[in-house]
Design a binder for this molecule. Structure first.
Ligand SMILES: Nc1ncnc2c1ncn2[C@@H]1O[C@H](COP(=O)(O)OP(=O)(O)OP(=O)(O)O)[C@@H](O)[C@H]1O
Length: 685
C-alpha cells in the first residue's frame, strides 16, 4: 500500500484506526443513493480470490458458523492490521472469499464484529470492542478520492474541515459515536476563506494525521486556478480582465470568450470587458475551471443609515465578515438559524441601497417586520413592491414574480442598488437570472436553507449569486441555536384490502394520490395529535381534497392556495399567538377549529405553507402527503419546526407497501446527511 493509496490506511497513524460506522447511504454530494447502491465487497479486485477458483469447490472446516472471534483475531494479527477485508480473512483462514464473507456476516450479526463499507473499496471488518473502547477522535484520509472520514470529530476539527471541505454524510444517531464523511471538491478549495494556499494547507495539516503530498499538490493547483483571472475597475471607470500570464489570456480566455465579452485587448494579459457581459465572462471562465476574482468597485447607491439592534451570534458574525470580504455569497443554514437577521446585519454593514427579493407577499411583509424588529431603520425608508404596491425606497422588498416581469424592469434600474438580497435563493426565476448582468455590479447576497435544486442548478445559484457561506448544521444544533428535530417515518398500513387493491390496479398519478390519501392516515394523525396534545402542530398535505378531509375530520382550519391572503395571514397570526391555548379543534368539538380563544393549535397546510413562513412556535409537524415531492420540500417541511423554541418533532406518514416508503426514506436521508436524527416505525395494522 503506497502513501497515496486510496484504501483505508489505518497504519498511517496509530491513533487513527477503525471507524465504527457503516456507510449505508454514502453517496455523492448531491444525489441520493440507496443502500443497495453501495458497492459491496463483491467488487472484484486483483487480490480477491474468485469464487470459481478450485478452493471454492471444497470449503474447509471453517464453515460460516465455525468462525470464532478468536480466529478472526488471529487473522488480524497475521495481517498486522486492526481490520481486514473478507478476502484477507479468507486468505488467512485458507477459505474462499464467499465463505469468509458469510462467516463475517454471522459475527456482525452477533455484534462481535463491525464492518465499514467504503464505496468502491472492499468492506473491512474489525472487532466491535475496539470501536467501543476507543473514544478518541479518529481521522482517516482517502487522499485520491479526496475524502476524509472522521469518527467522533471535535468541534475544532469540524470547524477546520468546513473551511475547505464539504460535509457529505453523517452516520449513527448518537453524537458520541457519529461518523462524518467530508469530501474536498474543487469549488470548496476555490471558495476557501484563506489569504493564500499556505494558510489553507496549514489548516489541512492541523486536521489530517499526516501529510499527503498528492492531495496537497492538488489543492495548491486548485487554489492557483482560482487566482489566475481577476476583474477590476480601471481608474477611468471601465472594467478590465487580467490574466496571470500571456498564455492564459491566449489559451483560456480567448478560447472561451469572444468579442461580445471582451471589447478589445489592452495588453498581452489584459482586456477591456463589455460591462453588460460581466456575468457571462465569469460564468464561462468558471465553467472552464478558472473562477474569477471579482475586485471591481461596486455600486452602493445612496448611503442607507441603519444600525443593527440585535447582537449577532458568533457564527452569524463570521457569515457577515466572510460576505463583506467576498462581496457576494449565499448564507446556507437550516431554517431558523438566523439567516434573515444576518442579512439585516449585512444590509447595515454595506450601508447602501438594498433590493430584497422574496418568493411571496407574505414573506415581503415578514421581512419588513424583521427589519423593524432588528434594526433602527426608519419605517419610511422601507418600500414594498408587490401586488398593488409599487413603493421604491432605500430598502425595497419585491417578489420574484414582479421582479421577473418585463414591465417592471425599471425596478432594477430605478436606484443604484448596492446590495441585492435573494431570499430563499433556490427560487430565483429564470427571468430574474437573465437580469444578472445588471446585478453583477452589486453586492449579491443569497439566503437558502436548502441549496439543493432538483434541476441541478445549485451551480447556477453559486455562480450567479455567489459561493455558499455556511455553518456546519450539527454545530448549530449542538450549540442549541437551532432545535434539532427528531424525525420519525411512520409506515401506515392500508385501511383495508379494498384500498390496497385499488392502489394495486391504479397507475401513474392516481396511484400516487391513492397512497397519499390512504384514509388510515387520518386516524394516525388523530393519534399523533392526541399524543402531543400540548404541542402546536402543522399537518402538511399535497392534495387539496385530502387537506379538506383531514381538516374536516379534525375540525381545524386548512390553509391552501385558495385561501385569500388576508385570511391566511390572520390564521398564521393566530397560530403564532402564544396566548391561552385553545383546546378546540383537536377533539372535533369546535367545528370551525377556532374555538372561543383566538389562538389556534393545529393547521392543515398545503404547499403554500411550505416555505419561509415564520411560525416559530410550531413544535410538531406531520407530513401526511407530498412524498413524491422534492428533497427541498422534505427539508423545508422539517424546517418549519427547526426553530429555537420548543421541542421539535417531525412525523412523516408513508403508506406501507407503496412508493411513498421509498420517497420518505430518500427525503429523510437527505436530512440525515445534514445531521438530523431520523427514526422509523411501523404502525400496527
Ligand atoms: N442573533 C440573534 N439573537 C437573537 N435572536 C435571533 C438572532 N438571530 C436570529 N434570531 C431569532 O431566531 C429566529 C429565526 O431567525 P431568522 O428568521 O433570521 O432565521 P432564518 O434562518 O432566516 O429562517 P428561515 O430560513 O425560515 O427564513 C427569529 O425569531 C429571530 O428573531
Amino acid at each position: 500500500m503506497t502513501a497515496d493509496d486510496d484504501r483505508f490506511d489505518p497504519t498511517a497513524d496509530a491513533t487513527h484506526f477503525p471507524v465504527a460506522i457503516e456507510w449505508k447511504a454514502m453517496t455523492d454530494d448531491t444525489g441520493d443513493s440507496d443502500a443497495g447502491d453501495t458497492p459491496s465487497d463483491d467488487t472484484p479486485s486483483d487480490d480477491t480470490p474468485s469464487d470459481d477458483t478450485p478452493a471454492a469447490a471444497a470449503p474447509p472446516d471453517d464453515a460460516p458458523e465455525s468462525l470464532s472471534l478468536d480466529r478472526f483475531h488471529e487473522a488480524l494479527e497475521a495481517e498486522e492490521r486492526p481490520l481486514a477485508t473478507a478476502s484477507e480473512v479468507a486468505r488467512r483462514l485458507g477459505t474462499t472469499q464467499s465463505v469468509a464473507r458469510d462467516a463475517l456476516a454471522a459475527l456482525v450479526d452477533r455484534g462481535d464484529v463491525d464492518r465499514l463499507d467504503v464505496e468502491s473499496d472492499p468492506v473491512v471488518f474489525y472487532p466491535t470492542d475496539w470501536g467501543r473502547l476507543a473514544t478518541r477522535e479518529r481521522v482517516v484520509t482517502f487522499p485520491k478520492r479526496r475524502e476524509i472520514v472522521v469518527d467522533r470529530p471535535t468541534q475544532f476539527t469540524r470547524a477546520r474541515l468546513s473551511q475547505f471541505a464539504h460535509l457529505v454524510d453523517t452516520t449513527g444517531t448518537d453524537p458520541g459515536t457519529r461518523g462524518y464523511l467530508y469530501r474536498i471538491r474543487q469549488e470548496d478549495v476555490w471558495a476557501a476563506p484563506f489569504d493564500d494556499a499556505d494558510a489553507l494547507i496549514a489548516s489541512l495539516r492541523s486536521v489530517l494525521p499526516r501529510r499527503y503530498d498528492h492531495l496537497e499538490g492538488w489543492i495548491r493547483d486548485q487554489w492557483r486556478r482560482a487566482h489566475r483571472f481577476r476583474l477590476y475597475t480601471h481608474q477611468d471607470g471601465y472594467v478590465v480582465l487580467r490574466a496571470a500570464s500571456e498564455s492564459l489570456m491566449g489559451n483560456v480566455a480567448d478560447q472561451h470568450l469572444d468579442t461580445d465579452h471582451l471589447r478589445a485587448p489592452i495588453s498581452e494579459t489584459e482586456a477591456w470587458v463589455n460591462e453588460d457581459a460581466v456575468a457571462e465572462v465569469k460564468r464561462a471562465l468558471y465553467d472552464a475551471g478558472y473562477p474569477v476574482q471579482d475586485d471591481r468597485d461596486l455600486d452602493v447607491g445612496d448611503p442607507v443609515d441603519v444600525d443593527l439592534t440585535t447582537d449577532l451570534r458568533p457564527y452569524q458574525e463570521t457569515w457577515v465578515e466572510t460576505f463583506l470580504e467576498r462581496r457576494s455569497g449565499v448564507y446556507v443554514g437550516p431554517p431558523g438559524s438566523g439567516k434573515t437577521v444576518a442579512a439585516i446585519a449585512t444590509i447595515a454593514a454595506v450601508g447602501g441601497e438594498t433590493l430584497i427579493l422574496v418568493p411571496s407577499r407574505e414573506l415581503a411583509e415578514q421581512w419588513r417586520e424583521e427589519l423593524l424588529a432588528h434594526s433602527t431603520v426608519d419605517p419610511a425608508d422601507i418600500g414594498l413592491y408587490h401586488g398593488g404596491r409599487k413603493e421604491i425606497r432605500p430598502i425595497t422588498i419585491a417578489t420574484y414574480q414582479i421582479a421577473g416581469m418585463d414591465r417592471h424592469r425599471s425596478l432594477f434600474d430605478s436606484r443604484k442598488w448596492g446590495l441585492i438580497c435573494f431570499d430563499e435563493a433556490h427560487h430565483v426565476t429564470a427571468p430574474v437570472y437573465s437580469r444578472t448582468a445588471e446585478l453583477q455590479s452589486k453586492h449579491r447576497l443569497g439566503l437558502s436553507a436548502t441549496p439543493v435544486r432538483e434541476t441541478g442548478s445549485e451551480e447556477e445559484i453559486y455562480t450567479l449569486i455567489g459561493q455558499p457561506i455556511g455553518a456546519d448544521w450539527d454545530e448549530l444544533f449542538e450549540a442549541g441555536f437551532v432545535q434539532e428535530p427528531e424525525v420519525e417515518i411512520r409506515y401506515v398500513p392500508w385501511r383495508d384490502e379494498l384500498a390496497r387493491n385499488e392502489y394495486a390496479s391504479a397507475d401513474g398519478r392516481e396511484r400516487r394520490r391513492l397512497a397519499a390519501e390512504n384514509p388510515a392516515k387520518i386516524e394516525e394523525i388523530r393519534y399523533l395529535l392526541a399524543a402531543h396534545r400540548d404541542k402546536k402542530a402543522l399537518v402538511f398535505i399535497e392534495f387539496l381534497d385530502q387537506g379538506k378531509a383531514i381538516a374536516d375530520a379534525l375540525g381545524v382550519p386548512f390553509v391552501s392556495g385558495e385561501t385569500p391572503h388576508y385570511e391566511r395571514a390572520e390564521l398564521f397570526r393566530r397560530f403564532r399567538d402564544d396566548g391561552a391555548r385553545s383546546s378546540a379543534g383537536r377533539d372535533g368539538d369546535a367545528p370551525d377549529g377556532l374555538g372561543t380563544s383566538d389562538a389556534i393549535d393545529t393547521l392543515v397546510v398545503s404547499r403554500v405553507g411550505d416555505e419561509g413562513i415564520d411560525l416559530p412556535n410550531a413544535e410538531l409537524a406531520i407530513v401526511a402527503s407530498g412524498l413524491g415531492g422534492s428533497r427541498r420540500q422534505g427539508a423545508q417541511r422539517a424546517g418549519r419546526t427547526m426553530r429555537p423554541t420548543g421541542s421539535a418533532l417531525v412525523y412523516v406518514l408513508a403508506t406501507r407497501g407503496s412508493s411513498e416508503e421509498e420517497f420518505a426514506q430518500r427525503q429523510m436521508r437527505h436530512l440525515a446527511r445534514k445531521g438530523v436524527r431520523v427514526r422509523e416505525t411501523n404502525v400496527a395494522e
